[in-house]
Design a binder for this molecule. Sequence first.
Ligand SMILES: Nc1ncnc2c1ncn2[C@@H]1O[C@H](COP(=O)(O)OP(=O)(O)O)[C@@H](O)[C@H]1O
Ligand SMILES: [Mg+2]
Length: 260
Amino acid sequence: MPLSCSGLSVAYGPRLALNAFDLTLGKGEIRVLIGPNGSGKSTALHALAGLIAPSGGEVSVGGRAVASFSRRDLAKRLSFLPQQPAAPDEMTVEQLVRQGRFAHVGLFRSYSARDVEAVRWALDSTGLTGLAERNLRELSGGERQRAWISAALAQEAEILLLDEPTSFLDIGHQVEVLDLICRLSRERRVTIVMAIHDLNQAMSVCDRISLLDKGERVFDGVPADLAASGLIERIFNVRGRFVTIADTRAPHFDVELARH
Ligand SMILES: Nc1ncnc2c1ncn2[C@@H]1O[C@H](COP(=O)(O)OP(=O)(O)O)[C@@H](O)[C@H]1O
Ligand SMILES: [Mg+2]
């Protein structure tokens, strides 16, 4: 399902955290948002998810204004995983993942075979089948993060918004989650917007990349053009160089550390 916003602005009090942000994604596209801390990535994702009323501009989900959907109807189309989701401790992994189905289960309907299958698939895709009965408070940070990703998957929405989904994961599980995201885009044509800190992971997983700085979108395009722009060095205040590693299509940023 296509997703777009134009002129999207968000203010917290007198301060503008996002200024006239534009984004257009086709079905199945993966867009990554990068930018320094506080540049507006989470704000942009919350506004795209319809969770913050913008002070200007609009978000369109499948051609319809995000604000015009009921919560349940929006949840069938769009799933959002915030940076620091909060859940009650007394809940098992499977109970959390089942909550992802709320949009599909009617008020007077119990779980169908379809719901059970979606939960099974979501647990399996995130490697959590063996931990399904475990309480959330008995999980490591990375396992809990995967439980949340699993709940977002169980929703089976056509649009997935993820705020730093790999941040607490070890490198093996980071790769697992990024591979899963690529598969969702390729095989299920899920449209994905994701904030991510690791620049090289961002460039290798995305179709296009948007760079934010102080609430402004300062770049929007393919990784090769970002590499050529010189913006990474300037915006993040680092020195380094882009290299092309054989076998990968994406450029790779080799950061230069100060020598002691
Ligand atoms: N709820 C809030 N109230 C006030 N200011 C906020 C709030 N959330 C974020 N901000 C501010 O908005 C700016 C953008 O924040 P955020 O979108 O979280 O950035 P990022 O996700 O890129 O780190 C920052 O200056 C941050 O301090
Ligand atoms: Mg953030």
